[in-house]
Design a protein around this ligand. Sequence first.
Ligand code: ADP
Ligand code: MG
Ligand code: MG
Length: 321
Amino acid sequence: MTSDAGVHSYSAVLMGSPILLKLFEDNPTLASQVFRLIKQQENLFTVNRAESEVMAINQAAGRHPVVVSAPVFALISVAHAVSILPDSAFNFTIGPVVKRWKIGFRGREVPPAAEIEALLRLTDPHQVVLDAEQRSVFLPLPGMEIDLGAIAKGYIADVVQAFLRQQGVAQALINLGGNVQTLGSPPHQPQGWGIGLKKPFGRDDELLGTLQVQGKSVVTSGIYERYFERDGRCWHHIFDPRTGYPLDNELLSVTVIADRSLDGDIYTTLLYGMGAEQGLAYLAGQPEIDAVFVTRDRQIICSPARHFRFSQLDFSWQLRH
Ligand code: ADP
Ligand code: MG
Ligand code: MG
């Protein structure tokens, strides 16, 4: 725990990321309750360990449906709905492709095209059978795998926010690594929380600017988070479900500002697939969602800022509104 100007910061390493909690009271008991809650939630959704409800579904692929808890069924239902949107870049059955590329893990490599082609047949979200009455999930093809890696953190950030609220906390910030969720504003800072927008491939303290938000979630997905380089290309961990290869467009990162971190997660992936221009046009019809696109040609493109303010820090990048 560290304290600075009334802020009490608590940290832990969970879900493979450093986690940061900021409170405005000295309350280590509350902090450990939050960390325990995150751990519990992670245990429901992870696919990187032997046992979780999602793993149980994956292990029964091609054999039988699996009954899951209400929260897992609810999150899978949301993931399914987003995955079957026309031309969606989000696909919660991308698991076999993600596992094969092993990005961020030992043994990563560019798989042979024929193998990717074959794995794509296992990533059809329309084939998943959801039974709301039984609360069961069935993957009909052997080898199919659900991967909630793109949305689990967002869901958990929202669970933490609800828990803190329920505990009477009005001002706090939780950072799950890529997902920041806030409550209110810091004391005496009516303009809100300042959340750094990282310079892609830069050091942790190198920022393009700061996003100011109040009670919002800020979610960033970037190709520089987990990647490897081979054959002069950057192979990263956000896949195009239509090709089985990492998404290849002009974007380096997408940041979404929304009430719910789950929405932030969903929209970062959807917008990644659309690219900046189409993404901006799409957001015109989504008044609750804002986004900042960072492009390879060094532009920072903000959607019409309704729910945040952006202060630029690195002027070697071009800001567009
Ligand atoms: P992180 O927060 O770990 O950086 P992101 O939020 O950027 O992760 O999401 C990347 C993760 O989402 C991948 O590691 C993988 O588990 C999953 N994923 C990758 N591509 C897709 C996709 N097209 N649709 C849904 N999930 C995906
Ligand atoms: Mg994420
Ligand atoms: Mg994401």
